[in-house]
Ligand binder design. Structure first.
Ligand code: FEO
Ligand code: CA
Ligand code: CA
Ligand code: CA
Length: 644
């Protein structure tokens, strides 16, 4: 780690680097399995009978040209390597809000292009590193809820030499720049802008009071000296992707929460707690870590507060219509590195919520409510009472949801809620290539998950060993994760049996395997719907619009060299679920990740998030040597027509 500037890394990259320290386990016929997978891979790419089942010709070798009229309303753009944003001809973009922009008039002028934001105003401005977002129309007003996933301390604390906090104020500043911003926005003659001082504007950060619901609420595992009830948590952490409920609330998803904790002394907690730290990557070494919160804020010191990490890693519900409401951490939906949350309504009206755990070799989950959703009815039990299941993908392109219950896991309900990863391991869940966003088709019973990459899938570390996830589950190559050392990623699609999101089983295929046919052959070239004109790697954000187009955002290697030649900066593409055709719509500035997507209520504006622009020292969007600022942009068609 010596030569790596830890503050130049994204939250995901940091977590990859630092946690977990993968264990290896005995060779288990890995070669035999890999060979059989190669055989299967040929089957996937040829995609015989499966294609008919899934209703697509995509991987049969048919080309986009053979398909009927294009469903793409734009002319695709080329890959780019410059420090700005490109969109197709006939479309324009404009910044909606940048890190440091005021949400309240007392913070107007608070942002300085060289010095950032003073601590006194750090919870009065838009947060850093925008990620998932959703828009709600509340009594005719447009309210957008936007995650701020993490901070780049070198940018956010420009007065420090190396970005490491030097005081409690520095820590408080970083804590305030993260979490969620709820903002009223409005469209005027100059486009969309923040409604400063709107009564709906709200900053939720690392110290905002929250409560818990579900099996772990009030449990001993959640109690701390400061909160002996185990019910009054402070803050939401590493808010990555987003979700929404049919009843109009926002779901923010706590991902790499482990990275905020550290130890000032040897940690002497019980074995279950230490096992949990190991599985979730909570650092117990006595060192400053990435943020050194624990150096100035004892709450984050696991030597004295070993239960504090149990209070993060959840799906958190926020009511954007009620600025004074207390966010709820729903423990029934499990504790892991939540990427996003995408719901579907089952045939009988129950609510299914699909969720991924973004770490190498972790799992995909489904929540299914006990009660049915009735518009206007009581929704208070729908994320509290129900069943959490984990996905098993079989190599025959079927799969099933295995319930995590005391009977199936040997764990009680509270432990399943807090140590969900261990519960998944106990029932033999399939280790996945880092599940990022899941998208549910609004008009068809199918869903998609971005499996972004997995540098350690199947990799032999020594003769006779195979990489495992942090729990020791082997990351053997399998049909749904078919590539050893998966550098490009793939998108899996599944259809629940009977078209019912409550079904126990599903059929699956790979919608796309990203790759690079200009530099590689075979599996590394990608699936048939990858070509020189749409190269990308590491699919991450994903939303399906009302017309059924799949919008895919990337968080990958933007070196434009070697394996990644021709891919350019991170980008957003659109995919046709029927033909498999994929076209590039947007390219981001240098160093950025494109993440977060929602629409205005009239569907004439698309909002897109630009995270960590100018990583390693860029100056987008203000340029001229100013501090780089993550931002949400508004994209419109020049003819103001619908845009998804
Ligand atoms: Fe925060 Fe897995 O992306
Ligand atoms: Ca990210
Ligand atoms: Ca992501
Ligand atoms: Ca990512």
């Amino acid at each position: 780690m010596k030569d790596i500037d830890i503050h130049s890394l994204s939250a995901d990259e940091w977590d990859e680097l630092k946690f977990p320290r993968p264990e290896v386990q005995e060779f288990d016929r890995v070669v035999e399995r890999a060979i059989s997978r190669r055989g299967f891979l040929g089957g996937v790419l040829a995609f015989g009978s499966g294609a008919a089942v899934m209703g697509t010709g995509l991987l049969k070798g048919t080309t986009a040209m053979a398909q009927p009229a294009s469903r793409f309303p734009f002319t695709p753009i080329a890959a780019q390597t410059d420090n700005t944003i490109h969109v197709p001809e006939g479309y324009s973009w404009k910044t909606l809000v940048r890190w440091g922009d005021p949400l309240f008039s007392d913070a107007e002028g608070a942002f300085d292009p060289q010095n950032g934001v003073p601590v006194a105003m750090s919870d009065r401005v838009f947060g850093e590193n925008t990620d998932g977002m959703e828009l709600f129309n509340v009594d005719g007003r447009e309210i957008i809820a936007i995650n701020s996933e993490y901070v780049n301390p070198e940018v956010n604390l420009p007065h420090t030499s190396d970005g490491m906090p030097t005081s409690a104020d520095d820590v408080r500043m970083l804590q305030n720049f993260q979490g969620v911003s709820v903002i009223e926005i409005a469209e005027g003659a100059d486009g969309w802008a923040v409604v400063v001082d709107s009564p709906y504007n709200r900053r939720i950060h690392h110290n905002t009071p929250m409560t818990f619901s579900g099996p772990a609420a009030g449990h001993d595992l959640l109690k701390t000296d400061a909160d002996p009830t185990g019910m009054a948590s402070l803050g939401t952490f590493n808010n990555c992707g987003s979700g929404r409920t049919p009843w109009g609330t926002y779901l923010t998803c706590e991902e790499n929460f482990n990275g905020y904790f550290g130890a000032t002394a040897e940690v002497t907690a019980g074995r279950a707690v230490l096992d949990g730290f190991r599985r979730y990557g909570v650092n117990t070494a006595v060192e400053p870590g990435r943020y050194n919160y624990h150096g100035f804020d004892p709450r984050f010191d696991v030597a004295t507060n070993p239960n504090e990490p149990h209070r993060a890693g959840y799906i958190v519900e926020i009511d954007p219509a009620k600025p004074d409401s207390t966010p709820i951490k729903h423990t029934a939906l499990g504790r892991f590195k939540h990427e996003n949350a995408a719901y579907g309504i089952a045939a009988d009206g129950r609510v299914a919520v699909y969720m991924g755990d973004d770490e190498r070799g972790e799992f995909m989950y489904r929540w299914l409510s006990r009660d049915v959703y009735v518009p206007g009815g009581d929704t208070s039990t729908l994320l509290v009472d129900g069943e959490l299941s984990v996905a098993v993908f079989e190599d025959d392109m079927t799969g099933r949801w295995v319930p995590l219950t005391p009977e199936s896991t040997g764990m009680d309900a509270a432990h399943i809620a807090v140590f969900t990863r261990m519960a998944g391991s106990r029932v033999g869940a399939t280790t996945m290539d880092r599940p990022e966003w899941i998208a549910v088709h609004p008009n068809a019973a199918e869903a998609y998950c971005c499996l972004t990459n997995n540098s350690r899938r199947g990799t032999l570390t020594d003769a006779g060993t195979v990489r495992t996830n942090a729990g020791g589950d082997p990351m053997t190559v399998n049909a749904v994760n078919p590539r050893d050392t998966n550098r490009y990623g793939q998108i899996v699609r599944w259809r629940p049996a009977g078209g019912d999101h409550a079904a126990d089983s599903f059929a699956w295929d790979l919608y796309v395997m990203a790759g690079n046919p200009t530099v590689a052959e075979g599996a590394q070239a990608g699936s048939a719907n990858i070509n020189e004109g749409n190269l990308f790697n590491s699919p991450d954000g994903m939303v399906i619009d009302n017309t059924g187009l799949i919008w895919i955002q990337t968080d990958g290697d933007d070196s434009n060299e070697g394996h990644f030649a021709g891919m350019g900066n991170n980008q957003m593409l659109a995919g046709d679920p029927v033909t498999g055709r994929i076209e590039r719509f947007l390219t981001g500035p240098n160093g950025c990740e494109v993440t977060g997507l929602c629409w205005s209520s009239d569907r004439r504006t698309m909002f897109v998030g630009i995270q960590h622009p100018g990583d390693n020292g860029g100056d987008w969007p203000d340029h001229g040597g100013a501090l780089a600022r993550s931002a949400v942009i508004a994209i419109k068609r020049d003819d103001n027509d619908l845009i998804g």
